[in-house]
Ligand binder design. Sequence first.
Ligand code: GDD
Ligand code: MN
Length: 372
Amino acid sequence: MSLTVSVVIPTYKEVLNIPLISKAVNDAIGHLSYELIFVDDNSADGSIEAVEKLSHQWPVRIVVRTEERGLSTAVMRGIYEAKGEHVVVMDADLSHPASAINNMLGLLQSGKSDFVVGSRYVEGGSFDEDWGFFRLLNSKAATWLAMPLCHIKDPMSGFFAFKRSNMPAEHLLSPLGYKIGLEILVKGRFSAPAEVPIHFVDRQHGESKLDFKEQVRYLRHLRRLYRFRFPTASEFLQFGLVGATGFLVDSLFYWMMQALFGLPHTVARAISFWPAVTWNWFWNRTLTFSDRAKTNKLSQWASFVGTSLYGFVINVGSYKLLTDYVPYFMEHKYMALMAGVLMGMGFNFMAARIFVFRKLDEEVAQETEKKH
Ligand code: GDD
Ligand code: MN
């Protein structure tokens, strides 16, 4: 008989919770053919023995990792070990009520949804009252930052279920930190995510591993997800941010050359261009186009300068044309300035992403493959 569901539970030092969560899962879905896989990162607290004991009674097993650590990769490992048609991922600490699993599976089986989340933030969902102000603010801010990536209210949840055949290919996943549910949801391009309300209970035994370092990691993870979901828009945004800081560098040098070295303003203008353009090149190489080929610095810098000069000509040229020939802009010169800046920047951006910061050879190969 084929397995209906695989429950995957990452654990790190959860020996006291293992029997409790195993019972809760069995109480909820004991009537189905299921397996429960713990993925433990070498807790060495008796977890292995605890699972061994329970395995006489219930279909539970434990995978122990010694080489790697981390919640996300542990969950991925468990999913790759799983044999069931559906996968449910949840925490060991009883924060996630196993009683919701049947609801979640129901939505998957009926075809109403292809990714179901146990949610604190939909109607009927809740969490223990004693969350401090900062924990709440933190959680809310983290949730809010992820909103454009997906259309659910609790994308932070570590309690989710989906059909195993919808698991995104391994090479697509590059989870960083804690939010493996969000990672799978975004990379898997699920079309009908849904939420079932849960009451999230604070843990009784052991302690949470969510610290400040995890939160910084979350921000880096978000950046990756945005780049995956909105590749061009996130490049453009980063390019714009770099450009804005470059403008500050430009202004600073322009002012210094005159105030400190007494140079004439036109000379100052001609000089300040160079640190600014170098600054922009550097940050676009390290930030905006960090995933592009790391080509020779000097020649890349030179071609960046080249396209920036063209961009500058387009910027000033369109200002001149607009203010000379278009009545509206004759009246509104500042609008012409902005239009010029936008056109110059648009040109620079296109030139940068096509000519200056070239794609990796593999990427080009992959794209041509897709076309055939
Ligand atoms: N294998 C393994 N390796 N498991 C881990 C690791 C690790 O490095 N770190 C944590 N875990 C396990 C814990 O043992 C627990 O079963 C589960 O992952 C969640 O860890 P907690 O430390 O209890 O996390 P939390 O309560 O702070 O966070 C939970 O709630 C968040 C929403 O508020 C998690 O469900 C998060 O995914 C969720 O975003
Ligand atoms: Mn927890």
